[in-house]
Design a protein around this ligand. Structure first.
Ligand code: URP
Ligand code: ZN
Ligand code: ZN
Length: 470
């Protein structure tokens, strides 16, 4: 018997076989079967010679890689409270929405090292995380240069992205342009990438004071204090700072047309500018701040006008948006109401962790974008940009993070059918045309037919590779 015949005759034992689905692969959509063993995808093809412990029939369904939400704020401290979801409820909700990995944003406080900032986060995740996780570290203070010295070792340990805020001065989080330039230089040097929240603090603060003095305190003035121009100025400044140093830059939660166009121009000129936007900017406009529940939509940057929204959709479909992430940071209704007589007192942030993938996939199902685009921006690109080398695609050798999407299962989002720890959602009543049927995390079924089946503490840390060096 020659070798070819022996290999053909060899039946491979595997844990799971997903059959008959339409699979979104890195460069094509194909009807193929997927075999999984020991948490990994081991074979992809038709008529696989395998014997599986479990066979799943995905006929009529679309099979996609698990999403990576590269922008969450779980257990984020704010004044006397915390964002509503901790690492348990947040990652539980993520899995129920087909997101199998998250990259969260712990924030350094003055005088504290990167290691010390992340230590309690690692502890919480080891105990609580149901999905796989990593951290970007937001930097607020250089600690006399210690932070910059620490970055190389932190990268070696898998923390290969950092964040800077151009706002939140009163909270002690804002960086000067000089600090941003230093961070851009240092991240480039060590093989990391800097993520920036771009809004102009001076512009928005002046507007806040003016409106409050005039007795204009409603949520609409949250938008009016941070309109398109406030984001655009900072977007453009951030782009200039990065292109000046030829350093990579990742602009988080892009919301405005002018800033978006500046970023696209920089990309076209060959600079390494990455653009993230969020589902709430694609779905809602500034009109939400006129609603009776407008306060619930208070987040920064706020939703913008229809022109900006249309520009974001166009950029997505033209291939200029690199990633979609949620900026998941909900607060309870009662906490949002802190701002009922003064919009500046409303805790900023909205929910999205369970909604991103169903929303985007259902938009593909409706023809507003394509399944390939959704998989690219929600899974493949975040994995590539942030160095999650075992994630982001259905390929042999990758982690078996697999989502089965049922294009015929309609679903109406309600706080009652979500898996977070909040008491309202901005997505209430939103109709998804198609929904997640099941989610597998490293080959384990963790969500099926509306039920969470995962395990608290079973999420693994994603040790990320350095930027563009993976
Ligand atoms: O409103 C938001 N986005 N809150 C979370 C912090 C941030 O700015 O990303
Ligand atoms: Zn932000
Ligand atoms: Zn954020």
């Amino acid at each position: 018997m020659n070798l070819f015949v022996i290999i053909k005759a060899m039946i491979i034992k595997c844990d799971l076989l997903i059959k008959n689905g339409k699979v979104v692969l890195p460069n094509k959509i194909e009807n193929v079967d997927i075999a999984v063993k020991d948490e990994k995808i081991i074979l992809i093809g038709l008529n696989l010679n395998v014997e599986a412990n479990e066979i799943v029939d995905a006929s009529g369904k679309i099979v996609v890689p698990g999403a990576i939400d590269a922008h969450t704020h779980l257990a984020m401290s704010y004044k006397t409270t915390f964002s509503a979801d901790d690492y348990f409820t947040g990652t539980r909700a993520a899995l129920c929405g087909g997101t199998t990995s998250i990259i969260d944003y712990p924030c350094q406080t003055k005088g504290v090292s990167i290691k010390e900032t992340l230590k309690p986060r690692f502890e919480m995740c080891q105990k609580d995380a149901c999905a796989d996780y990593s951290f970007h570290c937001a930097i607020t203070d250089f600690n006399d240069g210690e932070i910059l010295n620490e970055m190389d070792e932190a990268c070696e340990n898998g923390i290969t992205s950092y964040k800077g805020y151009m706002v939140y001065k009163k909270e002690g989080m804002m960086l000067s342009d000089q600090m941003i330039s230093t961070l851009l230089k240092r991240t480039k040097e060590v093989g990391a990438i800097l993520n920036l929240h771009a809004e102009n603090y001076e512009m928005l603060e002046e507007r806040c004071q003016k409106y409050l003095k005039e007795g204009k305190t409603s949520p609409w003035y949250h938008y009016m204090s941070r309109p398109e121009s406030v984001a655009a100025e900072a977007d453009k400044r951030a782009i200039r700072l990065a292109t000046n140093l030829k350093a990579p830059l990742y602009l988080v939660h892009m919301s405005d047309k002018e800033g978006l166009e500046a970023a696209i121009q920089a990309k076209q000129a060959g600079f390494d500018i990455k653009i993230e936007t969020c589902p709430h900017y694609l779905e809602f406009t500034n009109e939400v701040y006129k609603r009776v529940d407008g306060i619930n939509f208070v987040c920064s940057p706020p939703m913008k006008n229809k022109e900006s929204q249309d520009a974001l959709w166009k950029a997505l479909n033209d291939g200029y948006i690199d990633t979609i992430a949620t900026d998941h940071c909900p607060f309870k209704k009662e906490e949002k109401l802190w701002g009922k007589d003064d919009f500046t007192k409303t805790p900023n942030g909205c929910a999205g962790i369970e909604n991103m993938y169903p929303y985007m996939l259902s938009k593909a199902n409706e023809g507003k974008t394509t399944f390939e685009t959704v998989v690219k921006v929600c899974s493949y690109n975040p994995a590539k940009i942030f160095g999650c080398k075992n994630k982001g695609s259905i390929e042999i050798g990758k982690d078996a993070d697999i989502v089965i999407f049922d294009p015929n299962k309609d679903f109406v989002i309600s706080v009652k059918n979500m898996h977070s720890n909040y008491d309202y959602t901005i997505w209430e009543g939103h109709k998804c045309h198609g929904y997640i049927d099941s989610t597998y995390l490293r080959g384990k079924l963790v969500f099926k037919d509306g039920k969470f089946l995962g395990k608290r503490g079973s999420g693994k840390f994603i040790k990320r590779t350095r930027y563009n060096r993976g």
